[in-house]
Design a protein around this ligand. Structure first.
Ligand code: SAJ
Length: 445
């Protein structure tokens, strides 16, 4: 059986580790294996990325350029677009995107493309691990048949496992080495060897009985967030109707030292994980005749938050006998969460589109995001790209309404309160003192 052979090569640090997909998950992972003393080879379809890495550069914030340069110079780490080099790897880890189609159905085309490259070079003595977030069964129902079609046999010739990624870009406290790693093999040999491999770079490995358990655990983690954020957003709309301060309610509930975990309302949910991952789970459940209502309900509540924000703006303007049409609306922040530059799935895009559809003149200021494009063909507001405007006194004074969509920490909110006349705060960015001292009318979620 191949288990002993691969285990021995890992133990002797002779194993060559291949990582397919060098994004915010793959590049940190590749770097950790190289730093642990393994020969690490990154595989990319983007030749620019491969070239930058081989030039000792980094395009991922969590991976310092100096680390890449040192590992490349010491020939521990390299990147290539030549997938033939996969045959030189003893372990291959797939870290490619798993987006949703427009129909909200899983798009595993990147996984299939990577698996096809691997299948063509698969030989005895290789361990294949999938890290991309996907529906339960992908590893054993999709990848295993692809690899065994080559005539090679699981356990006799190769091993196959799933291990979810838990990278949290920019998190100063949790990086690859100190985030516990869940690992589940299609067979127990696969679990054992995959767990042993990760134990070379991660402090804590949590082995589970199958790839499906590992796939499902990841989806539970992020569905847990989507559902609880949905609950917080529903509370916000309920409290708004009852004229109760949502944020004060949550702060009070959070004093409970057990059995409660605070989540906060917002303008909607963005990012490449939380809005998407739960649909992988509900899609698979539907294949088995199970309707996951929590996931659907969370999606319904969260996706309606941009409408609620636009309603708050309309209500605020209406109190000043202003129509939305022709009003100047300034958004503060368009990134999907605080202090990052990522606008993927950001609710700000929906809010801008809805405001434009109602005839408002929309601009935004975001220190992290220089420009916003509206690729989505369903944009009704015209979809003209926008550039971040400088946050001048004039911008703040002349805005009929300022909407705080992302509470970046570098914004001077005292100045916003001093110069603004109507402010919709969707993130509780304006604390009690700012609100009390401000002459502006402030509406909060
Ligand atoms: N959000 C709320 N209210 C909350 C929390 C988040 O409205 O109480 C919004 C955010 O503004 C954002 C979206 O939800 O638009 C997602 O926020 P997130 O904090 O979940 O951040 P993400 O999307 O970067 O999620 C990642 C995930 N990491 C991985 O999948 C490896 C998630 O599992 C992490 O828990 C999360 O980072 C984190 O905690 O930073």
């Amino acid at each position: 059986m191949v288990k002993e052979q691969i285990t021995a090569s890992i133990k002797a640090k002779r194993a060559r580790i291949g990582v397919v997909g060098l994004g915010y998950v793959g590049l940190p992972l590749l770097t950790e294996f190289a730093r642990a003393g393994f020969q690490a080879i990154g595989f990319e379809v983007d030749s620019d990325k491969a070239a930058r890495i081989n030039a000792g550069d980094s395009y991922i914030g969590d991976v310092p350029r100096s680390v890449i340069k040192e590992l490349v110079d010491s020939k521990r780490l390299s990147a290539t677009t030549d997938f033939d080099q996969l045959q030189d790897c003893d372990a291959v880890i797939i870290c490619v995107p798993t987006p949703l189609r427009k129909t909200k159905e899983p798009d595993v085309s990147y996984i299939l493309a990577a698996a096809d490259e691997i299948k063509q070079r698969l030989h005895r003595g290789q361990l294949i691990i999938l890290e991309s977030t996907t529906y339960p069964g992908t590893t054993d129902e999709v990848l295993l048949p692809m690899f065994e079609a080559s005539g090679l046999k699981l356990d006799e010739d190769f091993l196959l496992a799933f291990s979810p990624e838990r990278v949290d870009p920019g998190n100063p406290q949790f990086q690859t080495h100190n985030i516990p790693k869940v690992v589940g093999g299609v067979t127990s040999d696969s679990t054992d060897v995959a767990a042993f491999l990760y134990s070379q770079i991660v402090n804590e490995v949590h082995a589970v009985s199958s790839a499906r358990v590992a796939e499902t655990a990841k989806l539970l983690e992020n569905t847990f967030r989507a559902v609880n954020i949905g609950m917080a957003n529903e509370m916000a709309r309920l409290c708004y109707a009852l004229n109760i301060d949502t944020w004060e309610v949550i702060r009070a509930a959070a004093t409970k030292p057990f059995g409660f975990m605070a989540f906060y309302p917002g303008p909607g949910i963005g990012g490449h994980c939380i809005p998407l991952d739960p649909h992988y789970l509900s899609w698979k459940a539907r294949q088995h005749g199970f309707d996951s209502r929590f996931i659907g309900l969370a999606e319904e509540v969260n996706s309606r938050m941009p409408d609620h924000v636009v309603q708050l703006v309309a209500d605020g303007l209406n109190d000043e006998s202003k129509s939305m049409k022709g009003s100047r609306i300034l958004l503060l922040g368009v990134a999907y969460k605080q202090d990052i530059d990522d606008v993927r799935e950001s609710p700000a895009l929906s809010i801008i589109d809805r405001l434009r559809t109602k005839g408002a003149e929309v601009s935004y200021h975001d220190p992290f995001v220089k420009e916003v494009r509206f690729e989505d063909a369903h944009t009704e507001g015209g979809g003209q790209p926008l550039d971040s405007v400088p946050l001048t006194d004039d911008e703040l004074r002349t805005a009929d309404c300022i909407v705080i969509v992302t509470n970046h920490s570098g914004i001077d909110y005292q100045r916003v309160c001093r110069l603004g006349s109507l402010i919709v705060d969707t993130r509780n960015a304006l604390n009690g003192d700012l609100r009390r001292d401000s002459s502006a009318r402030i509406i909060r979620l």
